[in-house]
Ligand binder design. Structure first.
Ligand code: EPU
Length: 337
């Protein structure tokens, strides 16, 4: 177990770049370190937060408890059968580093998720997704330690309750486990997913479609459209795209035939939150040191020095504006602490 740090700055541990502090901070580099932590007095400290790359959290104040950072490393090929590769990845590996490694090996299944900030251990929690692909599509199982019992548990993909930006780790297991490893099932001869319009357009610039060119195309889209958190603090999409039922969708179409969204088989509509925010007058709008990104208003940015409280106030204003305009409640995707 590494040394516990007190009154520790979380500035470098949250991509919003909010200057919050943790009363205690502990990095755990392997499974024995986690078990040692659980059998020590430190395990009684509350509140407790498991923090990965900090790319989906907003600290609205100091954290008066213990922050645990799992830093388990390693990418290990477990088996190869026909086309399928099973890989075990440590929770502390950088997500995009892992995607880059898979691309070099020619293993398909995560390339559309290129350039997403964060760690491998955090990817199942919110079931990260982009350009028509979700982590759930290639996760075989998730290995974790239950914080109350100290037992090792393995959940197969179908036990993780994956859905759009959601999983069991955000629901009944919230704050109850530390994810140690994620197993992925990847394909050598892999069916590309290139139907997402932005991706199709970007791929026109390449002579052929391969795992490598998909990764390159997505990196270029993301670099062009999304703010770089190392330059301007942000946590990606702040809200989820809301799903409205068929009747509401029909009545909204009458007023807004240009509405942007994806229709589901049952007639419900997943509306583009970016479009709703833009129509509500919040695209590229600034509120002191915070505001929305000019190219993608679903992203709230820290222009520099904003507090978590200010960022939250901005989010609440956006939520209210969309509610007033469309009577649609935007659900926050970022974990507010
Ligand atoms: N749009 C606007 N105005 C804008 C920007 C976009 O009307 O200023 C419309 C566009 O017309 C487009 C639609 O919104 O048709 C969707 O935009 P985009 O392709 O950027 O995707 P998104 O639905 O806004 C989601 C994810 C992103 C992911 C992209 C690409 C959520 C909450 N967000 O955004 O994920 O990268 O799709 O697949 O589902 C994240 O979760 O942090 C994240 C960045």
């Amino acid at each position: 177990m590494s040394e516990i740090k007190e009154n520790y700055s979380l500035l470098k541990h949250n991509t919003f770049k909010v200057a919050a502090r943790a009363r205690f901070y502990l990095e755990l580099n392997d499974i024995p370190a986690i078990l040692e932590f659980l059998s020590s007095d430190l395990s009684n400290l509350r509140p407790r937060l498991v923090l990965g790359g900090g790319s989906n959290v907003l600290f609205t104040g100091d954290f008066d408890g213990i922050v645990i950072h799992p830093a388990i490393k390693g990418i290990e090929k477990i088996s190869e059968e026909g086309n399928t590769i099973l890989v075990k990845v440590g929770a502390g590996e950088d997500w995009d580093g892992f995607v880059g490694y898979c691309t070099e090996q020619g293993w398909g299944g995560v390339e559309n998720l290129s350039f997403i900030p964060g760690t491998v251990g955090a990817c199942p929690v919110q079931n990260i997704g982009a350009y028509g692909m979700e982590a759930a599509d290639s996760i075989d199982s998730v290995q974790a330690i239950h914080l109350e019992t100290g037992r090792m548990i393995t959940l197969k993909s179908n036990e993780c309750q994956f859905s759009y930006r959601n999983s069991i780790f955000k629901q009944e297991l919230k704050d109850k486990t530390v994810i140690t490893h994620v197993y992925f099932r990847l394909q050598k001869n892999h069916q590309y997913k290139t139907t997402y319009p932005d991706l199709q357009r970007a791929l026109d610039n390449y002579p052929e479609t391969t795992i490598r060119t998909i990764r390159e195309a997505i990196i270029s889209i993301r670099k062009n459209k999304l703010p770089d958190p190392s330059v301007k603090g942000n946590a990606g999409s702040f809200f989820k795209n809301p799903v409205i039922d068929r009747d509401k969708a029909i009545s909204l179409y009458k007023f807004y035939p240009q509405i942007k969204g994806f229709r589901n088989a049952d007639g419900s509509l997943k509306v583009s939150a970016a479009w709703l925010i833009e129509q509500s007058g919040w695209k590229g709008k600034r509120m002191g040191e915070t505001g929305t990104h000019p190219k993608q208003p679903l992203i709230i940015v820290n222009h520099g020095g904003a507090t978590g409280g200010e960022i939250l106030q901005c989010a609440l204003k956006i939520q209210k504006a969309v509610m007033n305009h469309f009577a649609i409640k935007l659900e926050m995707e970022v974990n507010i602490l």
